[in-house]
Design a protein around this ligand. Structure first.
Ligand SMILES: Cc1ncc(COP(=O)(O)O)c(C=O)c1O
Length: 454
């Protein structure tokens, strides 16, 4: 039976729900990542490292709330913090004590966080960070790195094409595209040239500190260091987008792991313990542009501060979940456990690729893994390029192969995040064993369909 036929056979209820959703949502889905031909998977419930889909199939979950669930699903401390808050109110329409505790934890953990401002998502956090940087420097242009993802707000959505920066989606004004310069990561010369060429118009540089797409394209720490030095020299605000890396790579995120201080950081996902939420954190003189009493410069519209409303900023449920989560991860133990499990997984998966004589490589950093089928470029230590750049760009699993691989792993009861894995602190030995068996079987199914020929 083909991989797709097996998927169809295993998921009749998902298929029915997908048909029902189609007339309500574009393509029947509510997030770009959930597109999945022939129809998306519908999940019913989750606990720990596992989920159960609407057809009763058990899944080991490596999506883990798109990276939000470092502690796994429904961690007891988070569940009880939210349960305690729920009857006390889901929106208090006023300041509340929980938000202070939550913000203090961010300040305590993230080295560069002198001030914090909560948002409802990572996209809102990067939008705010860019605006703060533009007003602070009274300049407009942002340096971004090719393929680095910062959410879907206009300012960070263009990518370079043969004729300059082009939208990754239609609907972006030309002026917004002109306000970005997008250069390749790991190329210090390109950064120096860009700074020379655009110097006085550059407000900020924003980057994913573990490399494009949470390290799918690993970044060299020397490059990040150089970016820090060059931007500091030219008065350009350096923003680490730690929406994924924050609290995962270490309690203080990549900046703590690398010992490099950005001017601002954007955080989301883990910061809110699995509920919606994010924040901008960073230098007081930059964030205080939000303050009514302490605006540091005038923006072009003539107002004297950056306004920041937002109905669900620091909502009490997210504050309860976020504070509980940050307390749990503050000592670094969950991060170490998750990273150790990820390394075991990567080594086991690579071993299977070698024993099956299939070209491919599983690599990653901390508790984030990427599976590249059809490439031979393996890190020297067999697992991580951390801090180094690969000798050449890694060939990613794409197109039909990526799609079939994802389906084949679902058929084996393993839910990947695309072709990657977000490993939590509660994935255990049984999960690892099941994942390795599932991977071997998925490769066999793919081989039977001629996926690795020629
Ligand atoms: C590095 C990075 N920045 C920003 C975002 C956007 O965050 P959100 O999905 O909460 O809007 C994401 C989302 O995956 C991300 O990975």
């Amino acid at each position: 039976m083909s991989i797709e036929s097996r998927y169809v056979d295993l998921h009749p209820t998902s298929r029915r729900l997908a048909e029902r959703a189609r007339s309500t949502f574009p393509d029947g889905v509510t997030h770009d990542l959930r597109h999945n031909a022939p129809f998306p998977l519908y999940v019913d419930r989750a606990v720990g490292s596992r989920k159960t889909d609407v057809d009763g199939n058990a899944l080991i979950d490596y999506v883990m709330g798109h990276g939000a669930l470092l502690l796994g699903h429904n961690h007891p401390s988070i569940v009880s913090a939210v349960a305690e808050q729920l009857p006390r109110g889901t929106h208090l329409g006023a300041s509340h004590e929980l938000e202070i505790a939550w913000g203090e934890l961010v300040r305590q953990l993230v080295p560069s966080a002198e001030r914090v401002r909560f948002t409802s998502s990572g996209t809102e956090a990067t939008m705010m960070a860019v605006r703060l940087a533009r007003n602070y420097t009274e300049r407009e242009r942002i340096i971004r790195l090719r393929e680095h993802f910062h959410g879907w707000n206009d300012s960070v959505s263009g990518q370079p094409g043969s004729e300059g920066t082009v939208p990754v989606s239609p609907g972006l004004p030309e002026g917004v595209l002109d306000a970005s310069v997008v250069i390749p990561q790991n190329d210090v010369d390109a950064l120096e040239r860009t700074v020379e060429e655009y110097g006085d118009s550059l407000a900020a540089m924003i980057l994913e500190p573990t490399g494009a797409h949470w390290g799918e394209e690993p970044i060299s720490i020397d490059y990040v260091k150089a970016a820090r030095e060059i931007t500091a020299r030219r008065g350009i605000v350096l923003i680490f987008d730690e929406v994924i890396a924050g609290f995962r790579v270490s309690p203080g995120g990549a900046q703590q792991a690398y010992g490099i201080m950005p001017d601002m950081s954007t955080l989301a996902k883990i910061v809110a313990g699995g509920l919606p939420g994010g924040c901008v954190a960073g230098r007081a003189d930059i964030l205080d542009q939000i303050s009514i009493g302490m605006a540091v410069s005038r923006n072009v519209a003539g107002a004297d501060r950056i306004s920041h409303p937002g109905t669900f900023n620091a909502n009490p449920l997210s504050a309860a979940a976020g504070a509980a989560c940050l307390r749990e991860i503050a000592d670094g133990r969950p991060q170490t456990t998750a990273a150790a499990t990820a390394e075991t997984l990567a080594r086991g998966l690579n071993q299977i690729l070698r024993s099956e004589s299939i070209e491919g490589c599983v690599y990653g950093y901390s508790s984030m893994l990427h599976i590249a089928l059809g490439t031979n470029d393996v890190p020297a230590d067999g697992y991580s390029w951390h801090g180094e750049r690969p000798s050449r760009p890694i060939v990613q699993t794409e197109g039909d192969l990526a799609h079939k691989f994802h389906l084949a792993m679902l058929n084996e009861g393993v839910h990947l995040m695309g072709s990657g894995m977000m490993v939590s602190s509660v994935h255990d030995e049984a999960d690892v064993a099941h994942t390795l068996d599932g991977f071997r079987n998925a490769l066999t199914s793919l081989a039977a369909e001629g996926a690795f020929r020629g």
